[in-house]
Design a protein around this ligand. Structure first.
Ligand code: NGQ
Ligand code: ZN
Length: 464
């Protein structure tokens, strides 16, 4: 039997030395997991029992990676040479378009599996794959138009990560219906093909609807996408890139007289099932309205830094009760800790102050960031996860308190040390939906996944 399947199908019980329940680190917690992979019962002050597996360490909720373009994992580092003066996001995007021209279906699968496995090792237990690579390099559909979506599904299955597939609607090259460029022809589907892809994939796995951006999807098509989401299921997640770059804001203003966030709020019933990815450039009024809608801000700090997007006003967002989750986006980092640490650090640098994302004296910044990111990510992916509670899926991480990063710390101080020290991960075991996928710091299918990735990377290097 494959080790990944070892605990699937039978109820299983564990005794954790400690577990994070809400914001509290509780000692000796018994966790009973039902056959559906969700937490069936929790017990405090549990006694050792021969029938339960002992989990030495601190059990914390796994974190959702709410925004990934997994193929970009394979181009990390390829756009880091100085360009002409004023090098920008838009030149990076040209490099990305050229890179993806060489990717075949096997590469898409191998790279995705590698990026998901790397994410699991660091604590991402689920992923929203914002999947826009639909067509063959010449822009024609594959014999099976769902070929690449199925490759993503196969990669998630092999890696054992919880997938929300977000097939992307991409129709135009810019605001006002500019035709797509050659670099964009792998992304473009007509409405019928897009609806078929979403409907077919939704029979196999959880799906969301993702109009790429207001640049790539016009008003009519946005309405169509929302109607399709409604037709798939009432709570179908809707994800969109929004207001990431200042040029995008200027182009949106020139096209419509409104800024992107403002335009979206005026033209769609934005609510809790929406994820506004980036939402970097916001006026105070836009921020207040977007936060009040209950939508999740999809913050991808390391990618936003890498691409020079700008700084999301996190402190104001939190003051307005805004929800957020985190995403690996271009996959320059596979670590939720790096995302959270830099979410906080960027605001410290900006404000010349410390402990910016918490305001309650004495509250743990790390615990707050982890709790919010896990809950916001779970909301954006529509996955019953993000906390350790009865009825939630058992997406769990076991942290090793003997790891040098955590030694000598106890209780919530373990979280402070995890987020704000070191770069070696203390994540020791990882469970997704009740099944172990990482044991003793190793992914159970790591060798096969790494071998396929290496084959693709070597082949792609020949073409660079
Ligand atoms: C993407 N990535 O879809 O991969 C985009 C670049 C675009 C980010 N925005 C392409 N980080 O926005 O047009
Ligand atoms: Zn993106």
């Amino acid at each position: 039997m494959c080790p990944l399947d070892a605990v699937v199908g039978g109820a299983t019980s564990y005794l954790a030395d400690a577990a994070l329940l809400g914001d509290e680190v509780v000692a000796r917690v018994r966790i009973d997991i039902g056959p559906d992979g969700s937490i069936a019962a929790l017990g405090r002050n549990a006694e050792p029992d021969g029938a339960v597996e002992h989990l030495p360490g601190l059990v914390v909720p796994g974190i959702a990676n709410l925004h990934s373009h997994s193929f970009q994992r394979a181009m990390a580092g390829l756009a880091e040479r100085a360009g002409p003066q004023g090098d920008t996001f838009w030149r990076w995007r040209e490099v990305m378009y050229r890179f993806l021209a060489a990717l075949g279906p096997e590469d898409v699968q191998a790279i995705a599996a590698q990026s998901y496995a790397e994410g699991l090792l660091h604590g991402y237990t689920s992923v929203g794959e914002f999947h826009y690579l639909h067509n063959a390099p010449d822009g024609s559909p594959y014999a099976d138009p769902a070929e690449l979506a199925l490759r993503i599904a196969a990669a998630a299955e092999a890696a054992g990560v919880g997938l929300r597939l977000l097939p992307v609607l991409y129709r135009q090259g810019g605001f006002g219906g500019a035709p797509p460029t050659d670099g964009q022809r792998r992304f473009v589907l007509d409405r019928d093909a897009y609806a078929r892809l979403c409907t077919d994939m939704a029979r196999l796995l959880p799906v969301g609807v993702a109009p790429h951006s207001l640049r790539a999807v016009g008003p009519e098509e946005l309405r169509f996408a929302v109607a399709l989401a409604d037709a798939l299921a009432p709570a179908t997640p809707l994800h969109i890139h929004l207001a990431e770059q200042e040029r995008e804001v200027a182009d949106c203003l020139a096209w419509s007289g409104a800024r992107p966030v403002e335009w979206l709020l005026d033209h769609a019933a934005v609510g809790p099932r929406w994820c506004a990815v980036h939402a970097t450039h916001l006026t105070g009024a836009e921020l207040a309205r977007l936060a009040a809608s209950g939508a999740v801000a999809g913050l991808c700090q390391t990618t936003e830094a890498n691409l020079g997007d700008g700084i999301f006003p996190l402190r104001h967002w939190l003051d307005h009760g805004g929800r957020f989750g985190i995403g690996t986006d271009s996959n320059v980092s596979a670590s939720p800790i790096e995302e959270l640490r830099w979410l906080e650090y960027v605001r410290r640098l900006e404000r010349r102050a410390r402990n910016v994302s918490e305001t309650v004296p004495g509250a743990s910044v790390a615990a707050g960031l982890l709790r919010r990111a896990a809950a916001g990510g779970a909301q954006a992916l529509g996955r019953a996860s993000g906390s350790i509670a009865v009825g939630q899926l058992a997406d769990l991480l076991v942290l090793d308190p003997e790891h040098p990063a955590l030694l000598g710390r106890q209780g919530v101080a373990l979280l402070d040390a995890w987020v704000f020290s070191g770069n070696a991960t203390p994540v020791r075991h990882v469970m997704v939906g009740g099944a172990w996928v990482v044991r003793h710091g190793a992914h159970l299918r790591g060798p096969q996944i790494a071998a396929a990735f290496a084959r693709s990377m070597r082949r792609l290097a020949d073409g660079l």
